[in-house]
Ligand binder design. Sequence first.
Ligand code: CO
Length: 134
Amino acid sequence: MLGRVNHIAIAVPDLGIATTMYRDTLGARVSQAQALPEHGVTVVFVELPNTKVELLEPLGPESPIAAFLEKNPSGGMHHICYEVDDIVAARDTLKAAGARVLGDGNPKTGAHGKPVLFLHPKDFNGTLIELEQV
Ligand code: CO
């Protein structure tokens, strides 16, 4: 079911500071900031030779990242995104195995314009997992 790691996401308290760190200090290529109101986040992608790092900043009062940053004020690793060929087939297999899909269970459009789903961290060793159909 799983393909490549598409990205690793880090929640950050200040996207401007984090962008400067990755671009100027770490010397990585960093995308423009992109607001994703449907997901309650603003994102920046750090482009690495073998994968991407997604920096997430809360957007709006209902942001799912806000509570995470309250517990982790300096930021922290938030989720890992794996690629799948067929997100609906993956979801159905996982649900049949007892895994919980977050939200209403239907894929949403992610930062790359492709369908994504999130899986409950308690079912995956404490790690929030995003699946992206590529
Ligand atoms: Co992500």
